[in-house]
Design a protein around this ligand. Structure first.
Ligand SMILES: Nc1ncnc2c1ncn2[C@@H]1O[C@H](COP(=O)(O)OP(=O)(O)OP(=O)(O)O)[C@@H](O)[C@H]1O
Ligand SMILES: [Mg+2]
Length: 647
């Protein structure tokens, strides 16, 4: 059964119950009142008759002569007085004529024999029939009363008695017909039934209206859901085919009630939304990954200026963690006090786009800013969906470009030197062999012998140089494995400790308490770090402090090696990574070139900062996977690190 039908029936049923109960009570009450009323009036009439009877007897007996001791004579005299008294008879006739309830009036003697009977005078001197007392109707239930009224016609008596010297003398009896009650009651009943029918029809109409009114929102929701389903279906055309089986119940349910339809539709929509959510989550993960690799800072703002997408690089520009920026308002992200903040805020407030505008920040960094407001298809300003802000670090771009250029140059030089090395090595070998042959064949004197020795030693030196060159430019086979960088650092410190100790250098180190996992070639990385550590020691001929520190920021592991040497002069700094560049008497100039190359192979980088107080080299390596802050104990602060001093 439809919900609407159920609702209508329920409301109508309730109204039926209320109306019928009220009608029942009302009718019962009405009937009782009527019975009481008629009982009272009839009793009054009986008393009037009784009064008139007494008067009629008084005057009648005075006029007549009879034997007072003969009861029959007395009875006859009384009966005659009554039957001939005009006042009494007129009263009785008027009662019978004008009261619709009264059937007959009679006056009976103490034995129940009629002294006077009207309108049927034939009953005079006859025994009157026994009748129920009309008063007994008063205490009956409505049901019993109805039974009496609508049952076979009956006559009830209303009586008033007269005593003589303490003994019942005569009784006035007025006969009341039940048909009279039936006749008076029928119009009320019909009226009540009409009212009842009217009430029921009204309640049906009201119930139908209320049901429609109550269910209208559900039907609207159902239609909306249909629309939503349609649009979703159109959006995911392929999905529709897959869901054709799911569409079947929709059609099957068309006949059932609105609530079942709505809940079915909500269920299906929910399923779709779950699917969409899964796709969305996957997309978001991809997007996050892409954003984390972006060099440019990028923030996507909503219509109400809240950041919903933030690339990791933004952290470099605003100095706050990405998670803090997500959901923040543009006013919370950018401070008006800074040049960059002012530019962004002003443009945002004015709703003006920025096209590649360059700003020099307070720290001297060159940033190129772009701001685009995203509008709807019609390009109406007031329908902006949000804005996209991009921050482009010009300096790091230049650095990157120069690094790229350098590695390009290194690669081509590498190829060149490898080729040249091979070509040079063959003639050198030939020279060495033939020089030896010459030595064996020709006996040379002292001065000539010395020239030959010089030629031989220089050729050997040339051979060594060429060999290094070939070694250096030969493609390296990397043995990349996951390692805990702490172990590599520890090993280097052990290896270097003997030499550093000899120079009077104090070694201090600090390593995190948790593993710092990187994917590297352990031997090459050890070599790269060792070169830097040894250089640091060599930079402090009179001893000093060499500090080695390992840190990580979730993306990069960084080893900082700081010495207290004299520093690298600015004019030397750009050349230190060049192969064979050395300022040391017995240096070869291979160390840093090798370190640079090894880090480059492993997607890392080397930075150097130097002043007269000392030099700090930073070797950065990408962490294996983006580390989970909880797994690596994000809270491991500087103070919780192992502060240890090496030898
Ligand atoms: N910590 C440092 N302090 C000062 N100068 C340094 C430091 N590290 C490197 N240098 C400069 O960079 C130059 C190149 O260093 P590199 O390690 O490549 O060669 P090297 O140490 O001279 O020779 P080797 O091949 O034996 O290492 C050094 O000669 C030195 O002038
Ligand atoms: Mg060196």
């Amino acid at each position: 059964m439809k919900l609407k039908t159920k609702l209508v029936l329920l409301i109508t049923g309730l109204v039926f119950l209320v109306i019928s109960t009220l009608s029942w009570l009302y009718l019962g009450q009405l009937l009782q009142v009527y019975i009481n009323q008629s009982y009272t009036t009839t009793t009054e009439a009986a008393h009037q008759v009784l009064f008139a009877t007494r008067q009629a007897i008084d005057s009648g007996l005075r006029e007549r002569t009879f034997n007072v001791n003969d009861p029959a004579a007395v009875r006859a005299a009384v009966a005659d007085s009554l039957r001939t008294n005009p006042g009494l008879n007129a009263l009785i006739n008027s009662i019978i004529d004008y009261s619709p309830t009264v059937l007959d009036v009679s006056i009976a003697d103490s034995h129940g024999r009629a002294l006077l009977s009207a309108p049927n005078a034939a009953l005079n001197d006859q025994m009157l029939p026994r009748r129920e007392n009309y008063g007994s109707l008063r205490g009956q239930t409505l049901w019993q009363t109805l039974h009496t009224i609508f049952g076979p016609p009956q006559v009830y008596n209303v009586s008033a008695g007269l005593d003589l010297s303490g003994k019942p003398f005569l009784t006035v009896r007025i006969g009341v017909r039940t048909t009279f009650l039936k006749n008076s009651f029928r119009p009320w009943l019909v009226e009540a039934l009409w009212l009842f029918a009217l009430g029921m029809i009204t309640s049906l109409a009201v119930a139908a209206f209320v049901a429609n009114l109550a269910l209208a929102p559900i039907e609207t929701i159902s239609r909306r859901l249909d629309l939503l389903e349609q649009t979703q279906g159109e959006e995911s055309g392929g999905e529709m085919a897959a869901e054709s089986s799911g569409a079947m119940p929709a059609r099957r349910m068309a006949g059932s009630d609105a609530v079942a339809q709505v809940s079915g539709k909500i269920e299906r929509l929910g399923q779709r939304m779950r699917n969409v959510e899964e796709v969305f989550t996957a997309l978001k993960e991809n997007l996050d990954q892409v954003l984390s690799k972006l060099q440019d800072g990028m923030i996507l703002f909503t219509r109400d200026s809240r950041a919903i997408l933030v690339s990791s690089a933004v952290e470099r520009f605003v100095g706050r963690h990405r998670d803090e920026l997500l959901g923040a308002d543009v006013r919370e992200i950018f401070d008006r006090e800074t040049r960059l903040g002012r530019l962004v805020r002003d443009s945002f407030e004015a709703g003006m786009s920025i096209v590649q505008e360059e700003v020099t920040t307070e720290t001297g960094r060159q940033v190129q800013v772009s701001l685009d407001f995203i509008h709807d298809g019609q390009g109406r300003e007031e329908h902006s969906f949000g804005a996209l802000l991009t921050l482009h670090d010009l300096e790091s771009m230049q650095e990157l470009e120069s690094e790229l250029e350098l590695s390009r140059r290194m690669a081509s030089i590498g190829r060149l030197t490898a080729g040249v090395g091979h070509e040079v090595k063959n003639p050198i070998n030939a020279i060495v062999v033939h020089l030896e042959l010459l030595r064996n064949k020709v006996e040379l004197k002292e001065p000539e012998q010395k020239h030959l020795d010089i030629i031989q030693s220089e050729i050997h030196r040339l051979d060594r140089v060429v060999q290094t060159l070939v070694d250096f430019s030969r493609p390296v086979e990397l043995n990349m494995r996951e390692h805990d960088l702490r172990q590599i650092v520890q090993q280097v410190l052990t290896l270097a400790s003997v030499e550093l100790e000899g120079r009077g250098v104090t070694l201090t180190s600090s390593l995190p308490e948790f593993p710092v996992t990187v994917k590297v070639d352990a031997d090459l990385t050890t070599q790269a770090l060792l070169n830097v550590v040894i250089n640091g020691g060599q930079a402090m001929p009179d001893g000093g402090l060499l500090d080695v520190r390992l840190t990580e920021d979730g993306r990069w592991a960084t080893i900082r090696v700081r010495d207290e040497g004299t520093g690298i002069p600015p004019e030397v700094l750009p050349r230190i990574f060049d192969l064979y560049y050395t300022t040391k008497k017995d240096g070869s100039g291979i160390g840093l070139a090798m370190t640079y190359r090894i880090l480059q192979f492993q997607n890392g980088r080397v930075d150097v900062e130097s002043d007269s107080g000392g030099t700090e080299f930073s070797l950065c390596l990408p962490l294996q996977g983006v580390s989970d802050p909880t797994a690596r104990g994000e809270l491991a602060s500087e103070s919780s690190w192992n502060e240890g001093t090496g030898a």
